[in-house]
Design a binder for this molecule. Sequence first.
Ligand SMILES: [Zn+2]
Ligand SMILES: [Zn+2]
Length: 76
Amino acid sequence: MTQSNINYEPATCAYCGGRGDVDANQCRACGGQGSVLVAQPARECVQCQGRGRKSAYRCNFCQGTGWARALKPGTR
Ligand SMILES: [Zn+2]
Ligand SMILES: [Zn+2]
């Protein structure tokens, strides 16, 4: 078995909670879409426990998506 064919599924963006905006600004984690493509099987970011942020700051390990191995918006 190889893992060459990675399947991506949309998942709720943790940083904006799926709304697409944060404090009336477009969410930078998902580009305002409210969801991000995550490589399956989806795994929460271990750095922020899936919250997308550490205290007041966007988690730079998952870019705020809350997911490990998430694609950034616009890269597909
Ligand atoms: Zn978002
Ligand atoms: Zn994170």
